[in-house]
Design a protein. Structure first.
Length: 124
């Protein structure tokens, strides 16, 4: 399963890579520190999963999500944010996000979702 991580925090990207590389069948196929680079990686890399931050320079995660969904249903999009406000959650879900998590409270749930997705993709 190919994953792209897009977050303006290098520290968070490194931490996520550490967590996700423990899973078999998971490959971090790219990472970006801004929305424009994230969109390019998603469009060119055909990942199975994209983990997006809401607030990033150049293009925010919601804009990236919207452009990704305009081109088709793939990939699974997980929004991971420090701003888990109701209006962000509603907007992300309306734009087609598959999951919306708070960075400070839901990283454990994120790893469970990744494990589940990796098993489903492996079974296909």
């Amino acid at each position: 399963m190919k994953i792209i991580i897009a977050d303006d925090s290098l520290l968070l990207r490194e931490r996520l890579k550490e967590l996700l590389l423990d899973f078999k069948n998971v490959l971090i196929s790219g990472e970006a520190g801004n929305g424009k680079d994230a969109l390019k990686l998603i469009q060119e890399g055909d990942p199975d999963v994209a983990i997006l931050d809401v607030r990033m320079p150049d293009m925010n995660g919601i804009e990236v999500l919207k452009k990704v969904r305009e081109s088709g249903p793939r990939p699974v999009v997980i929004i991971l944010t420090n701003y888990p406000y109701k209006q962000y959650r509603e907007r992300c879900m309306a734009e087609g996000a598959d999951y919306f998590f708070d960075k400070n409270q839901n990283v454990g749930v994120l790893t469970e979702i990744i494990a589940d997705l990796a098993n489903k993709i492996k079974a296909e």
